[in-house]
Design a protein around this ligand. Structure first.
Ligand SMILES: Nc1ncnc2c1ncn2[C@@H]1O[C@H](COP(=O)(O)OP(=O)(O)OP(=O)(O)O)[C@@H](O)[C@H]1O
Length: 291
């Protein structure tokens, strides 16, 4: 049954339902939940999550982007989102509306001092994630893309418990040192029974901005080889593009720039690979378009 929060049996008599029931109701309105994770820091996980959300939104899907990298949230900065999130009198958190069909929530948009260090233990982190899922006004979404911190700690574990139907997208870079951490992430998913949608390789190489020649800065093919070896689908390669760094620092993602670039094409192909793996056949809900 689809939950519209009015006729849903669990929602009737608000206040009587448990936190878990309230979360289940919210999640019923979200078709696909994707957890972007990596074994290693700095491989571009937040960038991949952000560009995947943007790519899906550009295709017309209704998308939510939830930043649960509680110790190092970076998504508001990458998207140039400013200001704190509003909270309604019913205690609902209103996400940033980055595009008509893209909502964004991050812990960074809920604290006054964005330079403050978050010193939180597991149970507190669990509560914050629970609150994001229960209290955010996501409404109906085709995709919820969740950006987690590096490693296999409390945050991905909490998601695997609260959203057992979530599917993991594992991000790597081509070097062996990143790939060995990726194998840990894959084994983590297997251990906690989290389905894996696949592996994506970021910073796969650089297209020379002058002659367009491909330069494999960190070698190539490691992600594809690992996905074969570990028997998980390969979702594509995103090249290194210096404009991604600049766009991230300025809060202006490169997908918004005019013209085509290998990075832009790769992001849209990655979003296609994700929808294909999920067997999303129907047309996205047309939402008045975007930028
Ligand atoms: N394909 C890319 N091309 C160029 N730069 C990139 C690319 N992907 C990510 N970056 C840059 O790499 C840096 C790290 O990226 P990001 O913050 O997304 O990594 P992360 O894995 O989420 O990091 P953390 O370990 O802090 O969670 C950022 O400056 C970002 O702009």
């Amino acid at each position: 049954m689809k939950c519209d929060e009015k006729s849903c049996a669990s929602c009737v008599g608000a206040g009587k339902k448990s936190k878990e029931e309230a979360i289940r109701c919210k999640l019923m309105r979200i078709r696909h939940k994707l957890l972007v994770m990596s074994g290693k820091g700095g491989v571009g996980k937040s960038s991949v999550a952000t560009y995947l959300a943007l790519g899906l939104a550009r295709k017309g899907f209704r998308v939510g982007l939830m930043d649960i990298d509680l110790h190092g949230p970076s998504i508001p900065r990458m998207l140039g989102l400013q200001g704190l999130l509003n909270i309604t009198s019913e205690q609902e958190i209103l996400p940033h509306q980055y595009m008509p069909n893209l909502k964004v929530v991050s812990i960074e948009s809920m604290i006054e001092d964005t330079d403050a260090a978050m010193i939180w233990r597991g149970p507190l982190k669990h509560n914050v994630i629970q609150q994001f899922l229960r209290d955010c006004k996501w409404d109906d979404l085709d995709f919820l893309v969740i950006d987690s911190p590096p490693g296999t700690g409390d945050e991905p574990l909490t998601i695997s418990r609260l959203i057992p139907e979530a599917k993991a997208i594992i991000v790597t870079t081509p070097q062996e040192v990143a790939l060995s951490d990726v194998r840990k992430s894959i084994n983590f998913c297997r251990k906690v029974n989290l389905d894996m949608l696949g592996l994506v390789e970021n910073m796969s190489g650089l297209f020379c901005p002058h002659c367009n020649e491909f330069i494999p800065i960190f070698r190539t093919g490691g992600g594809k080889r690992t996905s074969k070896l570990m028997n998980i689908p390969f979702l594509g390669e995103l090249p290194f593009d210096p404009r991604v760094v600049e766009g991230g620092d300025k809060g202006r993602p490169v997908l918004e720039e005019d013209g085509d670039s290998p990075f832009k094409k790769a992001v849209l192909a990655f979003a296609d690979a994700v929808t294909a793996r999920l067997n999303v056949k129907d047309e996205p809900t047309r939402v008045e378009s975007v930028h």
